[in-house]
Design a protein around this ligand. Structure first.
Ligand code: ADE
Ligand code: ZN
Length: 340
């Protein structure tokens, strides 16, 4: 298949994004603009200089830069502008449903009120639904390098916004911060009616995926690459049809894989795992949804049928109602029939 054909096919297919950190969509141009209006300093002198710093050997090197970037976000309007920029970008890419993470502790730890953060993000999501037709769910993620008490405090803050937040997640530095550290926080979150997900098996071992399933009672695993080290775990994930929200360009940029040609997606599909494709932190990893789909399609020689399956999976794995899922899956089926 030639590049133009496949690119057009990927661009046109309706998609859902299920693994996206809103702070990871902060493009350098917008970062400089917001820094200026807030009188905040950025360590780099220009957009180009900042972009040059985006070269990572592992997750931690990325996280250090990602948290530094978020420092310039102060006002509710900043969070609105960040979210709105993401929504307009993915609207062009035919992303019609998003389930996005926000990391409140990144901001509350700097003295920004939880309310300021969530109000800006939520207002943009509502505008995105009304003006762009993008449906959404919001997931509050706990930073796992911080302690349990901080997570409990954050959960407390979230209770006021229960109607706005569908689920809770777990992100940041994985190795040394196992899901078990947050078992009690997640138990309370479940009791309060939140759905749970967790990053597991990105850099951390398969054992962390077991813990996410058994202790945190997650309904999706974010990343999950390392499940392939453990046959019993693969069997369990396949039996459960537990979604994995996989992020190819993130994996490449954070050296989880050395080449997209070695990406585990084909192996995951072969093992009957419910794989979805997502962008994670697109402003830092060189691509949004379509670039991720295109990257793996070209590297792994995926067919239109396989791309179609991945797009269907994105809705199957979402938190939309069964009716909404069926509608989107039927749309994708029509698209495939008309475009292959
Ligand atoms: N926070 C933002 N992106 C992340 C990732 N890929 N892994 C863990 N925490 C993150
Ligand atoms: Zn992530």
């Amino acid at each position: 298949m030639n590049t133009t054909t496949i690119k057009k096919f990927i661009e046109g297919i309706p998609k859902a994004e299920l693994h996206l950190h809103i702070e990871g969509t902060f493009e350098p141009e917008l970062m400089f603009k917001i820094a200026k209006r807030n009188n905040k300093k950025i360590k780099y002198n220009s957009v180009d200089e900042l972009k040059k710093a985006y070269s990572f050997n592992n997750l931690q090197e990325f996280l250090d830069i990602y948290y530094a970037g978020a420092n310039v976000l102060i006002e509710e309007q900043d969070f609105y502008d960040l979210t709105w920029a993401y929504l307009t970008k993915v609207h062009e890419q035919n992303v019609v449903h998003v389930e996005i993470f926000f990391d409140p502790q990144t901001h509350t730890d700097r003295g920004i009120a939880f309310d300021t953060v969530i109000k800006g993000i939520y207002r943009a999501l509502q505008d995105g639904e009304q003006q762009l037709g993008i449906s959404f769910k919001l997931i509050m993620s706990f930073l796992r390098h911080l302690d349990e008490a901080s997570a409990f405090k954050t959960l407390e803050d979230a209770l006021t916004y229960k109607n706005w937040i569908s689920g809770v997640g777990l992100d940041s530095s994985e190795v040394g911060n196992p899901p078990s550290k947050f078992e009690r926080v997640f138990a309370k979150a479940l009791e309060e009616g939140f759905i749970t997900v967790a990053h597991a098996g990105e850099e951390g071992p398969a054992e962390y995926i077991w813990e996410a399933l058994d202790l945190l009672k997650v309904t999706r695993i974010d990343h999950g690459n390392r499940c392939l080290d453990d046959d019993k775990l693969v069997e369990r994930l396949a039996d459960l049809q537990m979604p994995l929200t996989v992020c190819p360009l993130s994996n490449l940029e954070l050296k989880v894989v050395t080449d997209l040609k070695d990406h585990p997606i084909p192996k995951m599909i072969e093992k009957n795992l419910l794989v979805t494709v997502n962008s994670d932190d697109p402003a830092y990893f060189g691509g949004y949804m379509n670039e991720n789909y295109l990257g793996i399609t070209q590297a792994l020689n995926l067919s239109k049928k396989q791309i179609t399956q991945l797009a269907k999976n994105s809705f199957k794995a979402s938190w939309l109602t069964d009716r909404e899922k069926e509608k989107r899956i039927a749309q994708i089926e029509d698209y495939f029939q008309n475009n292959h």
